[in-house]
Design a protein around this ligand. Sequence first.
Ligand SMILES: Nc1ncnc2c1ncn2[C@@H]1O[C@H](COP(=O)(O)OP(=O)(O)OP(=O)(O)O)[C@@H](O)[C@H]1O
Ligand SMILES: [Mg+2]
Length: 283
Amino acid sequence: MPIEFEGVSFSYGEGGSKAPALQDFSWSLEDGGFAAIMGRTGSGKSTVLRLLCALAKPDSGHISIDGRDVFSSLPRRELRKMMGFVFQFPEYQLFETTVMREVCFGMKNLGFPKAEMEENARWAIEKMGFDFEAVRGVSPMALSGGQKRRVAIASVIASKPKILLLDEPTSGLDPAERRKFADILRSLNSEGTTIVMVSHNSEVVCETAKDLLVLKDGKKWKEGPVCDLFSSSLSAAGILPPPAFALSSFLRARGVDLPPCVREEDFLSSLLEAQRRRKNGSR
Ligand SMILES: Nc1ncnc2c1ncn2[C@@H]1O[C@H](COP(=O)(O)OP(=O)(O)OP(=O)(O)O)[C@@H](O)[C@H]1O
Ligand SMILES: [Mg+2]
């Protein structure tokens, strides 16, 4: 579902204490897109997500989904059904006694029929990398931090929202969990879910998102395909590319035949491959 922000401004607080969190912000994302939002702390990233899911109302401008204004044309219930929001550290919001109950909670509130709820819960729990039968009766409190995060995310994707908003979904995860999670996001997006993800992690962004929006002081600073933007300097917004990406770009600019790499192991094997080609060519 296409998303559009048109001249949106928003400030927290009342009267004299108002500080602009977002100023004259226009941005759009096509149906089935996957955009990452990056920028320094306090630049307005979470505010964009909060406005999009109608947790806050713009002071001016319009936000629409599929051409329908989020505030005037989309009933709340319909919005809740089409949009899933994974807050930062969602595992702190787990409260049910079993993983199955936890994952079904949101669907119950949305009025899903029992059979569909159970089928979706199985799908979501397996999608997040669990053995459904082994984990369904376990207390979420008995799981590790990374496992809890995956249960929390399962509970959001279980209702199969068409749009998924994620605020720093990989913070606090170890590198292996981050990569597993990146795979899951890519797969959800390839199945048609439109994704907007706030992240400080440039490796995760390069591995998942197609487009990048960079905010600076509550304003849109840059936008474009992830690879193009990371090839330019984003340091003024406090963003550095993944080290392997920076090294491969540096060497490519100096004539070494290397593809853009995100992971260190891909960079090293591409480098060895380039060296082998060079040796063969000079024989
Ligand atoms: N509930 C609030 N009340 C008042 N001001 C707020 C509130 N939430 C955010 N702000 C302010 O709005 C601005 C944008 O905040 P926002 O949370 O969108 O930033 P962010 O880019 O998500 O930062 P971070 O990377 O630290 O999460 C900041 O100046 C922040 O201090
Ligand atoms: Mg934030």
